[in-house]
Write a new protein. Structure first.
Lengths: 934, 128
């Protein structure tokens, strides 16, 4: 195009020089007699044609016939007759047309000079200036939809800011993530965008772990910077599809099972069931009844491994803000009045509207002949001064009539309201433990911001860990800071001293400092210094004190390696141990210890996940632990073997290896398979060989286990009754299910946290209280189908969802010559093309460099076209009335012819410059208007 | 290998030479404090080279959450005729057992630093 313009300019200059040869004063700027008048200012927006006239200067009114010529001063094209005569009895003005370039920037442009020459030698120049007004258009384009995101994911959302105007724009871009989402970058950024250019702006967001499944919008707003940031230029939203956290059950589900496990010399059978689901509008039940495994060793292990052994009876009922639990209880009242007391009984909690309460009644857990009771409760409420409340706990534990523990504690608590991200927490309690009374105190200071976290806590609880507490004295300090988006530091320190007649005297200390540097999205470097030590003096005189300490320095990295995601760690440290021997001597050993650990994982053929790992550990002699130990594993999971059209078997396998100079190689292996059987039964089977698990005779276990279960809805609350719908093939596209239109199985439907799959006849069922429109998951559609566009436009809740078949259309764009033989010189790939159906719905095409527009998998039907040539250097004219038919599962190719815009050029009656006339005619043929009016 | 990896794993202490023979299968019971858990399982000490002992350990933990079965490699020392000090490497960390021997019975205490738990145990040799 530039070449063409240059040639044109050359032709024009050459042409204009011809009269200059005939008239000695034709170079106006060089002629002393030239008079220059104020310019004629013309306003014209980019990509417009502006027709205007230049009047014969008044001072030449008396000159009779005046010669004129137009000389270009810039790249703006001037159309029309560029030389000739005016005045006398003819026209007294020159009519011209400007073609304002599409990329004309705001401001003034010198366009041309019109030189008027009289027969008596007077020369007058009228300059023509084009005033290009400011065109300020900012567009923000959101990225394509992010799909299959998970809670906890971090992602970068990049918006494209386009300046379609002709002035430099300073734009402030502000991102607006959904409520509760954490932004990992600045909320706004200001950029400067040159005219007709594009800039990308990236924000980083983190999806909260508690986010519900569904579609979220991350909106962005572009404001004009420097104007109070109040002028909104454009908005756009990125769509994020987050997978459901869990599938919502439609009613109370009963899941009975029967399981069996066998190993050498032992077998076990177990039955049980679980129930879970809603029992009222806002109340749900969870109940498990499982046998206690009486099979020691492998059989019990096998049953536990397939979920057929666990807590004997456990039930909980949860409502809005409250929970009750029957079965095994674990006290969690407060740090000073009730921790770590395990029993069997009932506990309840309430937390709503700023009020919080807990209640516990249980029998301490232990052997059958262990007795006693534990009663505890607390109440806290939110006030203007923070959360205040108190708690009480009383435990009496006996064993064969002998008192093991007799504890009582009464405490009060206060927690401040949040103040500049700080929260203060304190408590005091009167405690009676192991025959002694004392005062327990605790305090905590915590601050948490987007980048910083710090927490320091202290507790003093006479009686220690066996008396409702973490220890007698407990100090914890933790801090972390994201120094930059890539570099973070964290450290912690824990020190505990726990002393009581029941446990003797234990002391633990640990501290670590770690630094993490993220090179990019996939590569991470880290370094850590870590130290811990413990010493213990058990109660009684049987054992002396013993303890150990270790200080380690380690470096590690997470990085990609070909198709693998790898992590590597190397550690070196000193390990020390000491023990007071029976003889009274102290045995103390210190050795160096070094470890190298490498692991990696990758996908295999898109259907399985392969993981490998290994550790090499070198330890000095003296401790008795292996000086050289090697461990490794290989696992392959996620394999799904199809079994017919609707069933498959999921497989998982793992092999582990361990060896040292102290023992022969130990190889463990596990293979598991699970599948759904006809009749709604689920089967899981495992075979494991594990040399670390041995029977009473010390033999390695080979354990086979099998579990058969099913699931059925036993109760559906009235408000949760299911209703049915159907997904069907809408063969005639009318949006309604007509006779003969079949149901489509396997279609995934979603709404909020619910995911449904249509059954073999296309029918699905949904709880009646789930209101609103279900959406068809495009990833869960059978090949060759899309949701009916008619239905997707319908915002009403519909239960029968139509699908339509699709086809592919390829449209070749071809340029054709105008009547005068000229072919437009444009880059066709910049053309935007839409298909328009009978409903007026549009599908955008993907234009390739070969000027072929691809419409893939569009609904079948008849379509017209809509074109946008605004990004081309000149507008085009498509064929009119072109309609195409897209048929199911076919690829259709059509060609659409495009021509230059019609321009009517009227040639002057007395043209004497044939070459020039042809040249102008060519220019006019590109769509301009111009010429000397007759 | 000692020379391959950095400074090498070099002995800094001095082990005793005559140690009790603790090879065999040991049935053990024990307990954990805070929270209360009962332990019931087996030590299999299959290798003894002077002081150094090695084998496996498996036990059931009965407590909150029902029954959990854990196991791992065992390695450590028999120090003289009375003292035993060994580690069991579990998935969740290393658990150190220290005990005194009296004939075919060892009694002692254990500590697992990684989860701040401790307790006592008693093991009786069933097969040598």
């Amino acid at each position: 195009m530039r070449l063409r313009r240059a040639l044109l300019a050359f032709a024009l200059v050459g042409a204009s020089s011809l009269p200059a040869t005939a008239h000695a004063h034709a170079r106006p700027d060089a002629a002393a007699a030239v008079r220059r008048l104020p310019p004629v200012s013309i306003a014209g927006a980019p990509r417009s044609l502006v027709t205007f006239s230049v009047a014969l200067p008044a001072e030449l009114e008396d000159a009779g016939v005046v010669q004129f010529s137009v000389e270009m001063r810039g790249s703006t094209e001037v159309l029309g007759r560029l030389d000739g005569e005016v005045g006398g009895v003819g026209r007294r003005q020159v009519l011209l047309t400007l073609r304002v370039p599409s990329d004309a920037r705001v401001g003034l442009l010198d366009v041309a000079d019109v030189l008027f020459r009289t027969a008596d030698g007077r020369n007058v120049i009228v300059p023509i200036i084009l005033r290009v007004p400011s065109v300020r258009v900012i567009r923000v384009i959101a990225p394509p939809m992010f799909q299959q995101l998970r809670q906890g994911d971090r992602l970068e959302v990049t918006y494209r800011v386009q300046n379609l105007g002709n002035a430099v724009e300073r734009v402030k871009v502000i991102v607006d993530p959904p409520s509760g989402w954490v932004l990992r970058s600045s909320r706004s950024t200001t950029i400067s965008v040159e005219p007709f250019t594009t800039q990308d702006v990236t924000f980083r967001v983190a999806i909260p772990a508690i986010a519900d499944g569904g579609e979220y919008l991350v909106g962005t707003t572009a404001l004009r910077a420097g104007e109070g940031d109040s002028t909104v230029l454009a908005t756009a939203s990125a769509r994020l599809q987050v997978e459901p956290r869990e599938l919502t059950g439609p009613g109370l589900e009963l899941r009975p099972f029967i399981a069996a496990a066998a190993t050498r010399g032992a077998q076990g059978v177990a039955t049980g069931f679980s129930m879970s689901g809603p029992i009222a509008d806002s109340t749900s039940l969870f109940l498990t009844v499982m046998p206690i495994s009486t099979q020691n060793g492998g059989a019990g292990l096998g049953l536990a491994g397939i979920g057929a052994a666990g807590v004997p009876v456990q039930a909980s009922i949860t409502g809005r803000g409250w929970n009750t639990n029957l079965g095994t209880t674990s006290a969690s009242i407060s740090d000073l009045t009730g921790l770590y007391v395990v029993g069997v009984g009932a506990q309840a909690s309430y937390n709503r509207d700023g009020r919080e309460a807990r209640l516990l009644v249980s029998k301490p857990f232990g052997a059958d002949d262990r007795g006693g009771s534990h009663l505890a409760g607390g109440y806290w409420m939110r006030t203007a001064y923070g959360k205040v409340g108190g708690s009480i706990s009383s435990l009496r534990e006996t064993d064969m009539g002998r008192t093991l523990r007799d504890l009582t504690a009464v405490g009060v608590d206060w927690q401040s309201n949040e103040w500049k991200s700080w929260v203060f927490d304190a408590g005091v309690a009167a405690r009676s433990a192991f025959g002694e009374s004392g005062l327990g105190v605790r305090g905590q200071v915590m601050r948490e911001t987007e980048r910083d976290f710090v927490r320091v806590r202290y507790a003093h609880a006479p009686g220690g860990g066996r008396a409702f507490a973490n220890g007698t004295n407990n100090i914890e300090a933790e801090a972390s800071r994201d120094l930059t988006d890539r570099l973070s530091l964290n450290g912690n320190l824990f020190a505990t001293q726990d002393e009581s007649p029941a446990i003797g005297d234990n002391r633990n200390f640990s501290a670590s400092l770690a630094q993490q540097f993220r090179l990019n999205d996939v590569t991470l470097l880290r370094a850590q210094v870590q130290s811990f030590s413990f010493s213990t003096r058990p109660p009684g005189a049987l054992l002396g004190a013993f303890g150990s300490s270790q200080t380690t320095f380690g470096v590690g990295a997470g990085y990609p390696l070909r198709n693998w995601t790898m992590t590597s760690d190397a550690r070196i440290g000193v390990l020390s141990r000491e023990a007071e021997l029976f003889s009274g001597a102290v045995d103390k050993q210190s050795v160096l210890q070094q470890e190298l650990e490498v692991s990696g994982s990758r996908g295999v053929l898109g259907v399985a996940q392969l993981s490998i790992g290994g550790t090499l550990s070198l330890t000095g002699a003296g401790l008795g632990i292996p000086q050289q130990s090697r461990n490794g594993f290989v696992s392959l999971g996620g394999i799904r073997v199809p079994m017919g059209a609707e069933r498959s078997i999921a497989l998982f396998g793992r092999v582990g290896y361990s060896s040292s100079e102290l023992q022969t190689s130990l190889i463990s292996s596990l293979v598991s398979a699970s599948t759904r059987l006809p009749g709604g039964f689920d089967l899981i089977a495992t075979v494991e060989r594990n040399p670390f698990f041995r029977d009473r005779e010390g033999r390695p276990q080979v354990i086979a286990a099998l579990r058969l279960s099913t699931s059925t809805t036993v109760f559906v609350p009235q408000r949760l009754q299911r209703v049915a719908g159907v997904v069907f093939e809408d063969m005639n596209g009318n949006g309604k299910r007509d006779e003969g239109e079949r149901g489509v199985p396997g279609v995934v439907l979603r709404q909020a946290g619910i995911r449904l799959v249509t059954e073999a006849d296309g029918v699905y069922r949904v709880p009646a209280n789930v209101r609103g429109r279900l959406s068809v998951d495009p990833l869960g559609l059978p090949s060759g189908f899309v949701a009916s566009p008619r239905a997707t436009q319908n915002l009403a809740e519909i239960r029968d969802i139509p699908l339509v078949q699709t086809g592919t259309l390829r449209v070749s764009l071809a340029l054709a010559a105008d009547a005068d033989g000229r072919v437009p010189d444009v880059v066709l790939s910049r053309t935007s093309v839409w298909l328009v159906d009978a409903e007026g719905l549009e599908w955008v095409g993907r234009v390739g460099d070969d000027n072929v527009v691809h419409f893939e998998n569009v609904p079948t039907g008849r379509y017209g076209f809509r074109f946008d040539f605004s990004r081309l250097s000149e507008p085009l004219r498509p064929e009119e009335g072109v309609l195409v038919e897209v048929a199911p599962r076919t690829v259709r190719e059509v060609t659409v012819t495009l021509r230059g815009r019609n321009v009517r050029l009227i040639a002057p009656p007395n043209r004497n410059e044939g070459g020039r006339g042809n040249g102008r005619g060519g220019a006019g043929g590109r769509g301009g208007l111009g010429g000397v009016s007759e | 290998m000692c020379s391959v990896l950095l400074l090498g794993a070099c002995e800094l202490g001095s082990p005793d030479r005559d140690a009790a023979n603790v090879r065999g299968t040991w049935a053990f019971t024990g307990s954990q404090t805070a929270p209360d858990i009962d332990l019931d399982g087996t030590f299999v000490i299959s290798t003894q080279d002077g002081q150094s002992i090695a084998g496996t350990a498996t036990w059931e933990e009965t407590g909150v959450g029902g029954i959990v079965i854990v196991g791992g490699a065992l390695a450590g020392r028999a120090i003289g005729q009375v003292d035993v000090d060994f580690d069991v490497t579990l998935a969740a960390g290393t658990r150190r057992f220290v005990a005194r021997l009296a004939a075919d019975t060892m009694s002692g205490a254990w500590v697992q630093v990684s989860n701040s738990t401790n307790g006592t145990f008693r093991a009786v040799r069933s097969t040598p």
